[in-house]
Design a protein around this ligand. Structure first.
Ligand code: HEC
Ligand code: HEC
Ligand code: HEC
Ligand code: HEC
Length: 307
């Protein structure tokens, strides 16, 4: 823990009105809560064991961490916990997962919030969600190993990280997509992510685990997204090939083309190295490719690090 962590208050207000359609859990629900977390929430909050319900509200964490919650929030939490029981299991695919927005209005189908077969924003991934125009960067120049943190722009970086951040930096509505049924649909699901799920408010990646960065694949320095592994990396303290442990790695051809699969000297990690947005490779929660428990290679952090 840093000596004087800056306090950021997460204030989220929402009102969900869902049409009584295909899911049993459809209901009208609303709530307001105010929470104060001691440090800013890092994306890589392995340190934080509290579960969250479907709307990103800290649940068990309430009892273990010094949060202040309004009394109203507790009522809402109880309500939402019962809703969470209908959530899809880890690994069972995208339907009914937190990335299934298909019943949020506008009739847009499940895949089309992110992909479209025609008129995509980018051919790569057939991407359909309006990209963020934020410039992403961290608050420090380099990691302990001396690897520079990159800065990149949400609408020009071609790695999948910029696709995730098109929703997860809170600047673009979840339903702001390019093309559906022959045109840009009237705005559907006009929610911008706030609170815990907004991990990079307006481009600020401070406090987040490195991403869009090189990994010492093959226990060697690698260059990725314009950055090379720093001179002080303990090259022996890395899994030689995390892909064998279920991690997805990427390579950068040096000309801005990023594709999946490690290539010696040119490999890096993206958000989707740790998460599977389709909930297929996820094992426990939060779309993660590894467990958040244990001290062997099933534990996510040890799939790349050897500590
Ligand atoms: C919330 C956004 C989102 C939704 C919804 C979504 N995808 Fe994806 N999809 C992504 C991202 C991000 C990637 C890049 C994944 C990576 O880097 O591993 C991707 C990658 C893919 C790929 C490329 C191959 C692969 O697996 O990496 C295919 C094919 C694909 N998605 C199909 C689908 C289909 C079919 C659906 C609907 C059933 C769907 N996706 C729904 C975000 C989404
Ligand atoms: C189209 C917008 C969109 C895109 C693109 C998107 N997400 Fe999400 N994601 C959301 C929303 C909205 C939620 C919260 C849903 C809710 O509150 O029910 C969410 C939830 C999550 C969660 C929390 C899951 C849980 O079980 O609590 C993770 C982790 C996540 N996203 C990671 C990613 C990653 C990684 C990518 C890219 C590979 C990505 N997302 C791309 C909109 C998006
Ligand atoms: C090194 C692995 C790793 C990378 C890379 C990573 N995450 Fe995560 N992320 C995690 C872990 C672990 C958790 C779950 C923490 C928990 O459950 O307490 C998490 C949780 C989340 C959550 C839920 C909110 C929270 O704090 O629990 C979101 C949303 C999310 N990640 C999005 C992203 C996005 C977007 C990116 C890329 C910009 C990304 N993650 C990159 C490991 C990673
Ligand atoms: C997909 C591979 C991967 C996974 C999984 C992963 N990391 Fe990392 N981690 C990296 C890379 C790459 C770096 C940057 C290395 C460098 O400095 O060159 C890094 C750096 C770090 C650093 C050093 C940051 C600094 O400023 O020096 C810490 C601490 C860390 N990771 C912790 C974790 C924790 C905790 C987890 C589990 C939640 C985790 N990592 C999971 C790849 C990973």
């Amino acid at each position: 823990m840093h000596p004087t962590p800056p306090t950021r208050s997460h204030e989220t207000a929402w009102r969900w009105i869902k049409r009584p359609s295909r899911r049993k859990r459809e209901e009208v629900r609303w709530g307001v809560f105010v929470m104060h977390f001691p440090p800013p929430l890092p994306a890589c909050a392995a340190m934080q064991e509290g579960g969250r319900d479907r709307r990103g509200v800290a649940r068990s964490a309430i009892w273990s961490r010094p949060h202040r919650l309004t009394a109203a929030a507790l009522g809402v939490l109880a309500m939402l916990s019962s809703v969470a029981a209908f959530a899809v299991a880890p690994g069972d695919g995208i339907e009914n997962s937190k990335h299934d927005f298909s019943d949020y209005g506008g009739g847009v189908s499940i895949c089309m919030f992110c992909h479209t077969p025609h008129r995509a924003i980018s051919t790569k991934l057939l991407w359909n969600h309006t990209l963020s125009q934020s410039n992403f960067s961290w608050d420090v120049p380099a990691t302990t190993a001396g690897t520079s943190f990159p800065s990149f722009s949400g609408d020009s970086y071609t790695g999948p990280t910029s696709r995730c951040l098109s929703c997860h930096d809170g600047t673009v509505a979840v339903g702001d997509i390019g093309w559906y049924q022959g045109g840009k649909p009237a705005t559907v699901y006009n929610l911008r992510l706030t609170g815990a799920y907004n991990i990079a408010p307006e481009g600020n990646l401070a406090g987040n685990h490195p991403t869009a960065m090189p990994i010492p694949f093959g226990n060697q320095p690698n260059t990725y997204n314009g950055v090379s592994t720093g001179p002080h990396a303990y090259l022996d303290e890395w899994q030689a090939d995390p892909q064998q442990l279920g991690i997805r790695l990427f390579n950068d051809d040096g000309a801005g083309e990023i594709t999946a699969g490690a290539v010696p000297g040119k490999s890096g990690i993206e958000c989707s190295s740790c998460h599977d947005p389709h909930n297929k490779k996820s094992v426990e929660r939060r779309f993660l490719r590894g467990s958040m428990k244990g001290n062997d290679q099933s534990y996510l952090c040890l799939k790349c690090h050897r500590k």
